[in-house]
Write a protein that binds this ligand. Structure first.
Ligand code: ADP
Ligand code: MG
Length: 387
């Protein structure tokens, strides 16, 4: 992202005055999928792509003048308007402004222009990048930077819940706010404790292959998976009245086996994935500490297998990309995100990279009529004021 580009648009579009510039990244998740609502761990890192915004108080009490540089769209709204703007991109600005006000920041009228380079629809969370970028700016411009990082994470999440209709967890906003170049973060979604893990895979590259497909499925596959997990917990809790079982995080392999017959094959297999994923995240921590990227990769393949065969959230195109990775000797590959489309994340030795990408493009295009998109991943810094 280019500071001069954003500045030139801001100055040209508004009254010629310069504001402050803030930036926040999108994110990847190395491992730990469908674990957040099961009280488990995720393993995200911020990327070097994100949202950049220039912002400046405009002297009004409550008029926000917002310009999306990428969409060439201008929306003005009043912070006191209970409905807020209709444009979906402007709702993030409206929502985060009100959430920051709730945290005690006396937000007044301001001008904002922003642009981004997070690929849309690839699962790198452009929306969290927006929320955390604007939160960082509002905190700086109006709040003396008194709002804590965690409160900004939660304000971003609340924006999605209350103004954008997305009932998300905290991983995306967490990664965008707390990200650090060269580090991944293990986040405990229950306690919110986290730890930085240096990620410095010399000789390897991390690359996303975007299938550019998104399957709209009948019913509600996401809630359906959640229900399966809750059902297994309920059965285990009934067998162990002395214990405290909130989520699958609290359940052991032995306890899962005890309820195998009563919960049925489908719920059993889904719970098996979640317990396995919990173990895999911890195994990846050990492997990263030891600099053992072969084991990291092995765990990524195991996660893909589990998401595909046990949790059943893969699709033909993602399984095909995973197969191509295996054929090319790629160290690790798996679905990234909720599934049913989107990206695979791949850990590949540098010397195999070119052949893998060429092969994946050719084979995928021959079968599905279009090439996957390719995004090299560099682990970057979290939300910050640029100037
Ligand atoms: P993601 O997985 O990328 O977060 P979402 O659907 O949650 O996908 O958020 C994407 C939405 O965020 C877009 O529809 C748009 O409203 C907004 N958005 C993201 N990036 C930009 C941008 N560069 N300019 C304008 N709006 C953006
Ligand atoms: Mg989003």
């Amino acid at each position: 992202m280019d500071i001069e580009f954003v500045r030139s648009r801001f100055v040209k579009h508004f009254d010629g005055n310069e504001g402050n510039i803030y930036a926040s990244p999108g994110r990847i998740n190395l491992i730990g999928e469908h674990t957040d609502y099961n009280g488990g761990f995720v393993f995200p890192g911020a990327v070097d792509k994100g949202i950049m915004a220039e912002m400046r108080p405009n002297g009004t009490e409550s008029t926000v003048r917002a310009y999306s540089i990428d969409l060439k769209d201008r929306v003005d709204f009043d912070l006191n308007d209970p409905n807020g703007p209709k444009a979906s991109w402007a709702r993030y600005i409206y929502g985060i402004s009100l959430e920051m006000k709730k945290l005690g920041v006396p937000v007044k009228g301001y001008n904002i222009a922003f642009a981004g380079d997070v690929p849309l629809g690839a699962g790198m969370s452009s929306s969290a990048a927006m929320e955390s970028c604007f939160a960082c700016g509002l905190n700086d411009l109006f709040g003396d930077n008194k709002v804590s990082k965690w409160d900004m994470v939660l304000a971003g999440q609340a924006t999605e819940h209350n103004y954008c209709g997305v009932n998300c967890g905290i991983m995306d906003q967490f990664a965008s706010v707390f990200g650090k170049a060269g580090c991944l973060m293990r986040l405990d979604c229950r306690s919110r404790e986290f730890e930085y893990f240096p990620f410095n895979p010399v000789g390897y590259k991390l690359v996303l292959l975007d299938s550019v497909v998104k399957h709209e499925l009948a019913g509600s596959p996401y809630n359906d998976r959640r229900n399966s997990c809750e059902n297994v917990v309920k059965h285990i809790a009934a067998k162990h009245p002395e214990g405290k079982f909130e989520t699958l995080r609290d359940c052991t392999w032995e306890q899962l086996e005890e309820v195998k017959d009563e919960v049925g094959a489908e719920d059993y297999s889904r719970a098996k994935f979640v317990l396995g994923e919990k173990d895999r995240v911890l195994a990846v921590c050990d492997a990263l500490n030891a600099g053992d990227y072969e084991t990291v990769g092995q765990k990524m393949y195991e996660t893909h297998y589990g998401l595909s065969k046990e949790y059943e959230v893969s699709c033909e195109e993602l399984d095909y990309l995973n197969d191509i990775a295996k054929e090319n000797g790629v160290t690790g590959s798996r679905i990234m995100g909720g599934g049913f489309g989107g990206c695979t994340i791949n850990l590949v030795k540098e010397e195999l990279y070119d052949k893998f990408i060429t092969d994946a493009k050719a084979k995928f295009a021959a079968k599905y009529g279009h090439e996957p998109k390719v995004y090299d991943v560099v682990i970057g810094d979290g939300s910050r004021k640029i100037c």
